[in-house]
Design a protein. Structure first.
Length: 243
């Protein structure tokens, strides 16, 4: 595995019963890049992400993250994962959730407090930390899930639709921070999204449909390749070409 590649996916196929969810997926993700998976629900994006972090295993093929074949428990300390469905303890407060998840990682007390303050400020939850999560709106739960994903300062952030239900101003603030983490700290960030203006912020995108990559490249490369002005048009044209 190349030193500049954080993730390598080689010939990965996955089926559930008779349904093929992913077919012969190959790609590399370089260190310090934002990589976006774009596509409709059911395209296979979440299944691919689950295999990348070791929550699921390919039927065929291999996945390497930070030089280690997945699944690998030791690598989890280096991954920040935000699932599509919020995995929170609703009977606990926001602060109690953060403390619990922070305790799973190798953080000393000072670092834990520092990272918690950073995370809750980023997602604008400081005023709501003492409220039970059961009282949170859907958007607040997404924000808490994002805070949990970044609390241990991971090398790799894997975020499954991180801004769903989040207001436009905060969404912009979160994306500005993701860009800063990439540019200033060299983080590798993987994002799934339905939102094409978010896809424009990625260094490299893969458009996923029916378990296959129908188009890959930088946003500008794809628009030039299909001679269109928007990624929406790229997706539509790539889908027609695939058919």
């Amino acid at each position: 595995m190349s030193e500049t590649n954080t993730i390598q996916v080689q010939e990965v196929t996955k089926s559930f019963g008779k349904k093929v969810v992913l077919k012969d997926i190959n790609f590399d993700i370089k260190k310090g890049h934002i990589y976006g998976f774009i596509g409709p629900s059911g395209a296979g994006k979440t299944t691919l992400i689950k295999m990348m972090i070791g929550m699921d295993i390919p039927d065929n093929g291999s996945i390497y993250l930070l030089g280690e074949k997945m699944p690998n428990l030791n690598i989890l300390q280096q991954i920040g994962f935000m699932a599509q469905s919020d995995a929170l303890y609703e009977a606990l407060t926001g602060k109690e959730n953060l403390l619990f998840f922070a305790s799973l990682f190798k953080l000393d007390r000072t670092e834990k407090q520092k990272r918690m303050a950073y995370a809750v400020q980023l997602v604008n939850l400081t005023a709501d930390l003492d409220k039970r999560v059961s009282t949170y709106s859907g958007g607040m739960k997404r924000r808490l899930s994002l805070a949990i994903a970044i609390i241990h300062n991971p090398q790799v952030l894997i975020l499954d639709e991180p801004t769903v239900g989040i207001d436009p101003e905060l969404r912009l603030s979160i994306w500005n921070e993701l860009l800063r983490l990439k540019n200033e700290e060299g983080k590798t960030i993987i994002v799934t999204t339905h939102v094409m203006d978010e896809a424009e912020k990625c260094d490299y995108i893969a458009m996923v449909r029916d378990g296959s990559f129908i188009a890959t490249g930088t946003p500008n490369q794809l628009k030039e390749q299909y001679e269109v002005n928007s990624l929406d048009e790229v997706f539509l044209n790539a889908g027609r070409k695939k058919q």
